[in-house]
Design a protein around this ligand. Structure first.
Ligand code: TXE
Length: 482
């Protein structure tokens, strides 16, 4: 066992074991071997982290630092991440099986999350409201306090950085609990924060399971904000737990993204993005285009091209540069996705391509299914894997109706070369983000979040500022009247 890597907790500037000494195994889903161990956090470990972050907030330099100095510290961390990009990407690829090139892309986006929020905080512009009464008022954005961040396994580093970056940029201290499936890159980030000279407690990392490690964080009244990405079901538990001490929550939950292809679309572009939208990261993306709607007049042609493109994806070892598609992130997740594929077949769905690899690996090949009833579970529920369910529509109204017929509402895509249709349909879709003729492109100033079962609240730009600060109104007399 001694050759296994180890990922401890980062508490108060030091990497430590759990107080109990307990560890859990960390798997490589491609080789299906244990390659590391991580500290298994108990309630006592989480409480130590909370106490450390509380002290760092109440007494430490971080919230009191000038905005320029704090931004510089965060840029130092981003510099270190850039220097070690290969090493970090290797951790995510080993830990959850994503192709190395995609893991490198995630590191670059994570670096950008830190740089963006550092600058956004440093350069933000306040608001002043001149008042007719002889006063003026202005808003001030002070840090909220201790932030508990709970992140998932599909983009281990990137989702964590999306939470940590705005939290610490606005002067909060933060405790991150990565998914138990993927502790590696976030723990490494915690090590880099020490190296970058962050004061102890500004960024603590607690490894372990949802309960007790995560639930201790969300339920503790020393925590002022809870930001969570994960399943809708766990999101409800997190919200209930945070409600016991009235901590505001930001929840980014599941999705079943609609991808609508109109007959007037540029089909090369639409096929390219339809493949990206459901097969990138083996479909383990909350934003995946997992429900595809194609206009009847082009259905056969589009499907022929889409199936051919899916079959061209190179499946293999995620470290092989030729690989575009690899295994699912864990055995547990493989079993879930495989059972949806089996039930789709049992429910009369036609598997046009793909299916479960029968070689003992945790691979589900790029899978496209049509012919499912609108209430079939694989059609309605989040599969979170490389499984696209397809349906056809006759006109714009039917496309919008089908796309909106879901409890989720994180995102949607539409492909058309008709400008008026693009705007008209985008505005009718019930979703937090709509991509027109593209997918996965983000501007960090825009709101990000979902409707319905896809979440609560928005983050990004000023939306993150509002969540991670306590906005305050200051009213000031200018003219003494009377
Ligand atoms: O999610 P969980 P899981 C969806 C996807 C996937 C399913 C299950 O459909 O198949 O969820 O995945 C922590 N208090 N998404 O089981 O349970 C947990 O330790 C506090 C979509 O991994 O939601 C992990 O760090 N925390 C999604 C995180 O919550 C708790 C990404 C997510 O785990 C907790 C991931 C508790 N009581 C899964 N219980 C997306 N929106 O991108 C668990 N956790």
């Amino acid at each position: 066992m001694s050759e296994l890597a180890f990922f401890g907790h980062i508490i108060d500037g030091v990497e430590v074991e759990s107080e109990s000494g307990a560890r859990f195994d960390v798997w490589n889903p491609w080789t299906r071997e244990v390659w590391a161990q991580a500290a298994e956090g108990t309630a006592a470990d989480a409480e130590r982290a909370i106490a450390s972050s509380r002290k760092a907030f109440d007494e430490g330099p971080w919230p009191r630092m000038g905005r320029v100095e704090r931004a510089a510290a965060i840029h130092r961390l981003a510099d270190l991440m850039e220097e070690r990009a290969d090493e970090i990407a290797r951790l995510d690829t080993t830990n959850m099986g994503k192709p190395f090139a995609q893991a490198k892309h995630d590191v670059a986006r994570s670096v950008w999350n830190f740089r963006f929020f550092a600058d956004h905080q440093r350069d933000h512009v306040g608001e002043v409201f001149p008042m007719d009464s002889g006063h003026h008022s202005y808003s001030e954005f002070g840090p909220a306090g201790v932030v508990a961040a709970i992140s998932p396994w599909n983009f281990p580093l990137m989702m964590a950085s999306w939470k940590i970056a705005p939290a610490i940029a606005w002067g909060n201290t933060c405790i991150i609990k990565p998914s138990e499936d993927t502790p590696a890159s976030v723990t490494y980030l915690g090590r880099l924060a020490i190296e970058a000279g962050f004061p102890p407690g500004v960024l603590n990392v607690i490894n372990g399971y949802g309960a007790p490690a995560g639930s201790t964080l969300t339920g503790d009244d020393r925590v002022d904000r809870v930001t969570f990405t994960g399943s809708s079901q766990t999101g409800k538990m997190v919200m209930a737990s945070a409600a016991t001490h009235l901590a505001p929550v930001s929840l980014e939950l599941g999705g079943k993204g609609a991808n609508i292809v109109f007959a007037d679309a540029d089909l090369d572009n639409a096929v390219y993005w339809a493949v990206e939208a459901i097969f990138r990261n083996a479909g383990q993306i909350c934003l995946a285009g997992s429900r595809l709607f194609v206009q009847s007049s082009i259905y056969d042609e589009f499907m022929t091209r889409f199936v051919a493109a899916a079959e061209k994806l190179v499946i293999g070892d995620p470290f092989d540069p030729a690989t575009q598609f690899s295994s699912l992130a864990s055995k547990r997740h493989f079993d879930k996705v495989a059972s949806y594929v089996e039930s789709a077949q049992a429910l009369g769905g036609r598997v046009l391509t793909g299916g479960v690899a029968e070689d003992g690996s945790w691979v589900v090949r790029p899978t496209i299914i049509d012919g499912l009833a609108l209430d079939a579970a694989p059609y309605c529920e989040e599969i979170f894997g490389p499984v696209c369910v397809v349906n056809r529509f006759e006109d714009e109204a039917q496309a919008v109706h089908l796309a909106n017929d879901t409890r989720y509402g994180l995102n949607a895509m539409l492909f058309t070369e008709n400008l008026s249709r693009a705007h008209r349909v985008a505005s009718k879709l019930r979703a937090g983000t709509v991509w027109v003729n593209c997918f996965f492109i983000r501007d960090l100033r825009t709101p990000f979040g979902g409707v319905g079962d896809s979440g609560v609240g928005r983050e990004g730009g000023n939306f993150s500022r509002e969540f991670f600060t306590e906005p305050k109104a200051v009213v000031m007399q200018i003219d003494r009247k009377g």
